[in-house]
Write a protein that binds this ligand. Structure first.
Ligand code: FES
Ligand code: FES
Length: 175
């Protein structure tokens, strides 16, 4: 067990109540004592040092902080970390293996689906949730699935192409 406050200095005063939670993050079980008001995004970025999850607006508007909670995309800036107790959280760090990029990562590379890259982790996680429930989406379905994620750079065209590229690659790999 790790105390979150060993990971986020400075520690809060001793009279701040904490709650023990166990969350599986990218396949690894983590047991942590956290303040009940802690946001999931802060737990991920500061507590667990998984800084691939980005923060844009902090108010559910941009989608940069999107992660999967039990396989469903959520905006981690508006989920309390205690709500993830007993659940699976997947972040962009969980996509690639040591040897191989995830097809979504390959797709973003092949189709030039990013410029500054700020929105990219959130886009990929929203896209992953889509492809898990719909392996052969139409362009409209991709656009709808990504409609909660804002990109300030690309104009979205290449992001959509990247997701369609990944979908085709994943079908190929499975077939
Ligand atoms: S930082 Fe969470 S939606 Fe923008
Ligand atoms: S690539 Fe810059 S915000 Fe999307």
């Amino acid at each position: 067990m790790t105390s979150l406050y060993e990971e986020i200095p400075p520690a809060p005063p001793a009279d701040v109540p904490t709650r023990r939670v166990t969350i599986t993050v990218n396949g690894e079980k983590r047991t942590l004592d956290i303040e009940p008001r802690l946001l999931l995004s802060h737990l991920i970025r500061q507590g667990l040092q998984l800084t691939g999850t980005h923060m844009g607006c902090d108010t559910t508007g941009c989608g940069a902080c999107t992660v999967l909670l039990n396989g469903r995309p959520v905006k981690s800036c508006t989920v309390l970390a205690v709500q993830a107790d007993g659940r699976d959280v997947e972040t962009v760090e969980g996509l690639a293996s040591a040897q191989k990029l995830h097809p979504l990562q390959e797709g973003f590379k092949q189709e030039h689906g990013l410029q500054c890259g700020y929105c990219t982790p959130g886009m990929m996680m929203a896209a992953k949730a889509l492809l898990e429930r719909n392996p052969d989406p139409t362009e409209d379905e991709v656009r709808w699935a990504l409609s909660g994620n804002i990109c300030r750079c690309t104009g979205y065209q290449n992001i959509v192409k990247a997701v369609l590229w990944a979908a085709a690659r994943m079908r190929e790999q499975e077939g």
